[in-house]
Design a protein around this ligand. Structure first.
Ligand SMILES: Cc1ncc(COP(=O)(O)O)c(C=O)c1O
Length: 395
């Protein structure tokens, strides 16, 4: 299929499409050195002065340092990617990948920066997305930056920040009395008539492509080596799928020190754990999770479109899928805030809870190097976290 025009899903099987490149010119140390050179501040400054736009966010900074393995088009960027890895003060071999540092406060910025970049490149004007919350804020921001229309459908009880940001960015927002699956149905029903391009999770190829940069980054930030395990709070699973693609590319490029790929650990909430249930039952796909409910709003995805891909990755990597109650997630959130100074999102706290669990069970050892993804900033969730923790504003 051609990348010259917008693509959705596979016409034959409705599966998700991957972007493929000829990676041969970038192989080996020379290719890797080129990426580092292009991303170096001196090189960037020279390039920007040349282009006369030094006041703009660098199109070679952040996740765009990997431009040589991304589509060759002009980026719509707000400075996403190259997020910090924060070493835990208590666990010597644990780092937290702080995705809350992205524009719009979550890792969704990566996928939607790239999806918006390509939408602009194709000349699309009207985009639509069903969202658990953070994708809505991110699409609204990048659509605003690119001068496109964003049509957003999200559950009415998303964290308030998601609603406020989408409104302020000028998106058309519909709050739905239901879940992201209901929102997805609404987009599907209306998109043709309204002329919207559907940016739903895994229904166009570029959100995966943006999120794959998390895989490149974590390997580079760990000195071009794989960790033993990656903990990923899983809803639709785009990041998990994107990182796995990154690892395959890194190996093809010869940029990663040979070794075993990380065990991928998918973490969900016990209030919505379709991937965990399918993994435990050794099933190939998940079944719709009824009455999904959790304060980790990004994990409220009752039937992920790419469940079959995730389940395969979990198995191939020797990983697991785990779910924790909101109570356990909240305790982990409190623990990391109090003892590490890191205010996790509820989704990120599901990952830290999972680490504690796997250390206890012996699945992982203290000497195993691991990356825990805090996929969003805790500060986006003050309303839902306050409610869960019983924190009231003093009257
Ligand atoms: C903070 C946060 N973490 C995790 C997820 C799940 O992400 P994915 O759909 O890529 O699995 C979401 C999705 O909305 C999210 O907002």
């Amino acid at each position: 299929m051609s990348a010259e025009q917008p693509q959705t899903v596979c016409a034959k099987c409705a599966g998700s499409l991957y972007v493929r490149y000829d990676l041969r010119p970038m192989r080996g140390e020379a290719g890797q050195a080129q990426v580092l050179r292009d991303a170096s501040p001196g090189e960037r400054a020279a390039r920007e002065t040349q282009n006369g736009n030094s006041a703009l966010p660098s199109a070679w900074a952040g996740m765009w340092r990997y431009r040589s393995v991304l589509p060759d088009v002009e980026p719509v960027t707000l400075g996403e990617g190259w997020t910090p890895v924060i070493r835990s003060r208590r666990y010597k071999n644990v780092v937290v990948k702080e995705e809350g540092a992205n524009p719009t406060g979550s890792f969704k910025a990566r996928g939607l920066a790239l999806a918006a970049t390509m939408a602009k490149h194709y000349g699309l004007k009207k985009l639509a997305v069903p969202s658990a919350g953070n994708a809505a804020g991110a699409l609204a921001a990048y659509a605003a930056a690119a001068g496109m229309e964003a049509n957003i459908f999200m559950p009415k009880d998303v964290p308030f920040a998601n609603y406020v940001e989408a409104k302020m960015y000028g998106a058309n927002v519909t709050l739905v009395d239901g879940l992201i699956s209901d929102c997805g149905r609404m987009v599907a029903e209306r998109k043709e008539k309204e002329g919207w391009f559907d940016i739903s999770t895994l229904k166009e190829p570029f959100r995966i492509e943006g999120k794959k940069t998390m895989g490149y980054e974590l390997v580079e930030q760990l000195g071009w080596e794989y960790p033993a395990a990656v903990f990923y709070p899983t809803g639709g699973g785009v990041g998990l799928i994107g990182m796995w693609k990154a690892f395959a590319e890194l190996e093809e490029l010869g940029w990663v020190a040979p070794g075993k790929r990380p065990k991928m650990i998918a973490v969900q909430s016990a209030g919505c754990a379709p991937v965990v249930r399918a993994f435990d039952e050794n099933a190939k796909v998940s079944q719709m999770w009824e009455n999904a409910a959790t304060f980790a709003s990004g994990l409220r995805v009752p039937k992920p479109y790419g469940d079959y891909i995730m389940l395969e990755i979990l198995k191939d990597s020797g990983g697991v899928a785990l779910a924790f109650s909101d109570g356990v997630i909240l305790e982990s959130l409190r623990d990391w805030a109090k003892n590490e100074g890191i205010f996790l999102s509820p989704e990120g706290a599901a990952a830290t809870a999972a680490y504690d669990h796997l250390l206890k069970t012996g699945f992982l050892k203290a000497q195993d190097r691991v990356v825990l993804f805090n996929t969003g900033a805790g500060l986006k969730y003050t309303d839902v976290t306050a409610e869960a923790a019983g924190i009231l504003r003093p009257s």
